[in-house]
Design a protein around this ligand. Structure first.
Ligand SMILES: Cc1cc2nc3c(=O)[nH]c(=O)nc-3n(C[C@H](O)[C@H](O)[C@H](O)COP(=O)(O)OP(=O)(O)OC[C@H]3O[C@@H](n4cnc5c(N)ncnc54)[C@H](O)[C@@H]3O)c2cc1C
Length: 411
């Protein structure tokens, strides 16, 4: 395959890493990087943390300095979205009506916040995904007088709750599930990991049903619960998860199933087309044989690593070399108040969970196992003890080997 022009759609973490890895692989042809936002690539994790509290200014979260970025020699198309893809003729259309032909394509369009059914358009009802979202919310909470309701006790919701509380706001978190962080950590560990919230005065209410967001016609005034109680507020942050940003691919013929379906090497099956980051679904060989081996991961490390791998595989296969499967143990972190939550691996549901260091009312480490195998490790404010287990999950270590390792590390 001749590779003269590569188009990367999505100018964020995965897209940037794809561009960098292609250059590192020696690709000297044209790379066009298309991004829906006007910003050069920036880091999203601080948007719910230090940017939101005002400790960091936006300049601090640029992923690359301007000269580093310039050295990649990219043809940049920022502030314009891709609207359709025609893989049969290797061409795509942008929202400004222009068309781009490509030999290689990396889809790195990430994810967009989900909305609540019937979510009203009212001043004060917001989501958090972009720098603009973060700066607008930061203005609303800056003087600490706003009454904030966060809908959804996932990681981003709880980080927003912590940041707003740190600014002095009164904060209520409303969660429909019986515990916070259930999807990420399971019930018992979710409760333990989120206990820092109530220690700092966040009113965390689980098992409540939100039936509506109310306003005076212009501004939000409260959130109505199934019990008919109305929680009064000035700001509602809707943090009910994200969906892969793949709408623009609906008629492309690519296989879409909660993400762009790829093979183990991130190849989509269409000539020259790879996907990476929050929008990509692929079979992760680390979990081969388990019923959840095909996955889509919404974490920083995954987007960075997959972006690099997609770029490398595109260039390598064009040279006639073998593509490398992307096999990795997912890893994420979350900062809430003084607490750092880290998780390596994957929660299955019905896992055996065992605390191997500390205790649930303070810093601790817990192992997650399934069918006699180590699948995940959770650490709350014990960073040194978490990362050594990433290699063990990758090596498909048995539960007994994991317990031995924990004894060794805590001896
Ligand atoms: C507030 C916040 C806090 C986070 N905190 C953490 C954390 O603590 N730890 C952690 O591990 N992860 C965290 N994450 C997740 C992490 O940031 C994401 O996994 C990562 O940004 C995914 O990178 P990506 O490049 O795949 O997608 P994105 O960063 O979502 O970027 C996709 C880009 O593509 C653009 N785009 C979308 N559609 C189109 C189109 N049709 N045409 C052109 N451009 C398009 C979008 O505008 C966007 O700029 C956080 C995310 C957020 C939002």
């Amino acid at each position: 395959m001749t590779l003269d022009h590569v188009v990367v759609i999505g100018a964020s973490l995965a897209g940037l890493r794809a561009c960098e890895s292609m250059r590192q692989e020696g690709f000297e042809g044209r790379i066009t990087l298309v991004g829906g936002e006007r910003e050069l690539p920036y880091d999203r994790p601080p948007l719910s943390k230090k940017v939101l509290t005002g400790e960091w200014e936006p300049d601090r979260i640029r992923l690359r300095k301007p000269d580093e970025f310039a050295s990649l020699g990219l043809d940049l198309r920022l502030g314009v979205r891709a609207t359709s893809l025609h893989p049969d003729v290797q061409r795509l259309t942008l929202a400004d009506g222009s068309e781009l032909s490509y030999d290689g394509l990396v889809i790195a369009t990430g994810a967009s916040p989900r909305r609540l059914p019937g979510q009203p358009v009212l001043d004060g009802v917001v989501e958090l995904r972009t720098m603009a979202d973060s700066l607008a919310l930061r203005d609303r909470i800056a003087d600490g007088t706003a009454r904030v309701v966060v809908i959804g006790a996932g990681f981003i919701g709880l980080e927003v709750a912590a940041s707003a509380r740190q600014k002095g706001c009164s904060v209520t978190v409303l969660e429909g599930a019986s515990a916070p962080l259930v999807r990420g950590l399971g019930t018992e560990m979710g409760v333990a990991a989120a206990s820092v919230q109530s220690r700092h005065g966040v009113d965390l209410r689980c098992g409540v049903q939100v039936v509506g967001i109310e306003g005076d016609g212009t501004r939000v005034t409260g959130v109505r619960l199934g019990s008919d109680e109305v929680v009064p507020c000035d700001v509602v942050v809707v943090g009910v998860g994200v969906a892969p940003a793949t709408d623009w691919l609906a008629d492309s013929g690519l296989s879409l199933r909660d993400g762009v379906v790829c093979d183990a090497t991130l190849f989509t099956g269409m000539p020259g087309v790879y996907a990476a980051g929050d929008c990509a679904r692929w079979p992760n060989g680390v979990f081969a044989g388990h019923d959840d081996a095909e996955m889509r991961v919404e974490h920083w490390t995954n987007a960075a690593e997959q972006g690099a791998m997609a770029g490398r595989n595109l260039v390598a296969t064009a040279r006639g070399e073998e593509a490398t499967p992307y096999e990795a143990v997912p890893f994420f972190w979350s900062d809430q108040f003084e607490s750092r939550i880290q998780f390596v691996g994957r929660v299955h549901g019905g896992d055996d969970v065992q605390v191997v260091a500390g205790a649930l009312d303070g810093p601790f480490v817990a192992l997650y196992g399934w069918e006699g195998r180590l699948r995940g490790v959770l650490g709350v404010s014990m960073p040194r003890l978490v990362m050594p287990f990433r290699a063990l999950v990758a090596a498909k270590a048995s539960w007994d080997d994991a317990l031995n390792k924990a004894r060794e590390l805590t001896a």
